[in-house]
Design a protein around this ligand. Structure first.
Ligand SMILES: [Zn+2]
Length: 102
C-alpha cells in the first residue's frame, strides 16, 4: 500500500550535524562526515583540504609543527625553572624535611 511505509529515520537524524554557516546565514544541517566536524560540502569531503606539511600558504612559519613543539619545550623548561626558584626561595615544609631524612 503506497503511503503506508514506516520510515526508520531516527538513527539518521541522530547523527552529528555539520553546523557550518551557510550563505543564508543559517547553520548547515547536513550530516557531518564520520569523525570530522563538518559535512562533505563544508571541508570534510574525501581528498579535501591542504596536504600535510603544505608550504604554499606559509607566511612566517610561527605555527609550523617544529616551531610549536620548540615553544612547548621552552615553556616546560621555564615552568621547571620557576618551580625550582619557588622551591629554593621558600622554606621547606615539614613533609619535605621528612622525605629528605629517609
Ligand atoms: Zn555543511
Amino acid at each position: 500500500m503506497p503511503g503506508n511505509h514506516k520510515r526508520e529515520t531516527a538513527p539518521m537524524l541522530e547523527s552529528a550535524r555539520c553546523g557550518a554557516k551557510t550563505r543564508s546565514g543559517h547553520p548547515c544541517r547536513a550530516p557531518a562526515v564520520k569523525g570530522r566536524p563538518r559535512c562533505r560540502m563544508h571541508g570534510c569531503g574525501r581528498g579535501s583540504g591542504a596536504p600535510k606539511r603544505n608550504q604554499n600558504a606559509q607566511k612566517h612559519g610561527a605555527y609550523k609543527r617544529e616551531a610549536m613543539e620548540r615553544r612547548q619545550e621552552i615553556r616546560g623548561l621555564l615552568s621547571n625553572a620557576r618551580k625550582l626558584c619557588r622551591d629554593l626561595s621558600s622554606p621547606p615544609k615539614k613533609d619535605d624535611q621528612n622525605e629528605r631524612q629517609h
